[in-house]
Design a protein around this ligand. Structure first.
Ligand SMILES: *[C@@H]1O[C@H](CO)[C@@H](O)[C@H](O)[C@H]1NC(C)=O
Ligand SMILES: *[C@@H]1O[C@H](CO)[C@@H](O)[C@H](O)[C@H]1NC(C)=O
Length: 532
């Protein structure tokens, strides 16, 4: 029902867009390893102290796993991590043994456009349409998606009120308040680490899709948001290949081409303008096939059309044609486009008929502003490793402040001492999960995250909780809510708050509160003792 409603809203209305987060902290993602490939049977997988929580989502075999004391590997449902001494002859594996290091050691920026792609649906393909830099990151009418089956490490930065339409993390739709409480969980801190000053940017989930026929403003084309976007983006600007480049509102790099800014009157429709221009001036003209057109509403009564190509020649020519077409319509009474005035600026040659406000020159923020921290996560590599650490720690330093806390930004730096690593002996494998069809619980649940893990459990027991669900299923509660560990990877059901939820899923998970913990980690006891 809700899906239909949303679908209807998306049809025929401007700019209904999903923005999907692209990077993840998955073990199997080649981009997360310094070798450019995931570790295989000949490799020693090395995870550093500063690392994000590593999410193991596929069955994997390595030679060895080197963990820091404060590190975390989260197992997907029914996933097996195996260890072998046998040579791995598979094609993707180098024949000799090497160390392969997990290199997601700092959170990715929300305001980095490379981290987002625009899609038409939650799981749809990334679109390749041209956008202003400021519109490549989520706009206030966008539906933000952190896709299921992944784990993330995100720098929300600080001091900004990020506004979005909807916000979904691994299948769960959040409201402003539920996201706020998610951020205060250890899981939330792991994904969206706290910046140095302890305050993340706020995220307001407005539930206000774009339904204005005159278009919707992205909201990112000014002020601090544009500033942050451009600090990152400008490093990637290539030199413009025209004499007098332009800098349209909301864009960070110089462009060659033209900008037309139109003030519109009553009766204006965004789609009518865009489609009319395309039909009347662009379609069927081979000379314009390489010209990109970016149309945005930049204020309550202004539309900006940016036209660009490599040297700006065709694009500026087209810009002038557009201005002429619109001006002719204005002179004739504006019945076609309902535009009141148009001014243009082009990059080379003449034709400049008016000033175009240039994008604010954003001030540099120091690189060190990369906010975030390393969450000293739980070492969750499995029963034996856990025991190994447990023993190790006990011997090591009973007073050692336990790693399960949030470090300051300084943690991005390599510590000047090497923390001890735990080596997992070769030739042994373990898994989480169990027989099929016993319950909807996911593989395991780490009580170290809980507020009071010992509350109602036999602390030393290790239970393996059966699991039958695949990762692709979105709503997968794993926890007893009294424990406060809400792992969005295996989402709890977004009861009524979700716009996307399949109602059948909600039903299935209504007995959430009574779910037993599936895996009790004995470290939990150690961790909690100092506090009690
Ligand atoms: C990790 O290393 C690979 C290969 O060198 C590289 O492509 C990737 O961008 C790196 N990732 C990060 C997060 O630095
Ligand atoms: C991993 O292997 C186990 C058995 O070895 C199998 O039951 C499970 O489905 C596999 N999981 C994945 C994600 O392939």
């Amino acid at each position: 029902m809700g899906q239909w409603l949303l679908l209807l809203l998306c049809i025929g209305l401007v700019d209904c867009a999903y923005k999907r987060w692209l990077s993840n902290t998955n073990f199997g993602n080649p981009a997360n390893w310094n070798a450019g490939r995931a570790p295989c049977g000949n490799d020693v997988a090395v995870i550093h102290d500063e690392s994000a929580a590593v999410f193991l989502q596929v069955n994997t075999t390595v030679k060895q796993l080197l963990m820091p004391m404060n590190g975390e590997v989260v197992f997907g449902s029914d996933v097996v991590l195996g260890f072998t001494e046998q040579p791995d002859h598979s094609a993707s594996c180098t024949p000799y043994s090497s160390n392969v290091e997990f290199n997601v050691t700092y959170p990715r920026d929300w305001f980095d456009s490379n981290n987002w792609c625009e899609t038409d649906s939650e799981t749809g393909d990334c679109k390749t349409i041209a956008r202003l830099d400021s519109e490549k990151v989520p706009c206030m009418n966008d539906d933000v998606v952190y896709p299921s089956g992944n784990s993330f490490y995100v720098n929300l930065e600080t001091g900004i009120d990020i506004k979005v339409n909807t916000f979904k993390i691994t299948g769960k739709a959040y409201t402003t308040t539920s996201f706020q409480s998610f951020l205060s969980t250890d899981q939330g801190k792991g994904m969206f680490p706290l910046p140095n000053n302890g305050q993340r940017s706020s995220v307001t989930i407005q539930r206000r899709p774009c339904n204005d026929p005159t278009g919707c403003m992205c909201g990112n084309n000014k002020g601090e948001v544009l500033n942050r976007v451009c600090v990152i983006q400008r490093k990637r600007c290539t030199k413009a290949q025209c004499r007098t480049p332009l800098k349209p509102v909301g864009h960070c790099c110089d462009l060659c081409g033209g900008v037309a800014v139109m003030k519109f009157g009553s009766g204006f429709r965004f789609d009518t303008l865009v489609n009319g221009i395309r039909r009347n001036l662009i379609d069927g003209k081979p000379e314009y096939k390489d010209v990109q057109v970016i149309t945005s509403k930049i204020s309550e009564d202004e539309i900006q059309m940016v036209l660009l190509d490599t040297d700006g020649v065709r694009a500026s020519q087209l810009t002038r044609e557009i201005a002429k077409e619109v001006q002719n319509d204005i002179n004739a009474g504006g019945f076609k486009y309902s535009v009141l005035s148009v001014r243009v600026d082009v990059s080379s040659g003449g034709g400049s008929t008016g000033p175009i406000s240039s994008a604010q020159t954003a001030e540099s923020i120091p690189n060190g502003e990369i906010a975030g921290i390393v969450v000293g996560g739980a070492v969750v590599v499995g029963l034996l490793i856990v025991v190994a650490i447990f023993v190790y720690r006990r011997k090591q330093s009973p007073t050692d402040e336990l790693g399960f806390k949030v470090f300051d930004k300084i943690s991005f730096k390599k510590p000047n001492f090497r923390k001890p690593r735990v080596e997992v002996p070769p030739s042994f494998g373990f898994r989480f999960g169990g027989p099929e069809n016993v319950g909807p619980s996911q593989g395991f649940d780490n009580p170290m995250y809980g507020n009071n893990p010992l509350e109602n459990e036999k602390p030393m027991d290790m239970e393996i909780m059966p699991s039958s669900l695949g990762l692709e299923q979105e709503e997968q509660p794993t926890f007893d809510s009294s424990r406060g560990f809400d792992n969005p990877l295996y989402d709890s059901p977004p009861l009524n708050e979700s716009m996307f939820t399949d109602p059948s899923v909600v039903e299935k998970t209504s007995d959430l509160g009574s779910r037993p913990t599936s895996f009790v980690n004995p470290m939990a006891m150690v961790e909690d003792n100092p506090q009690t």
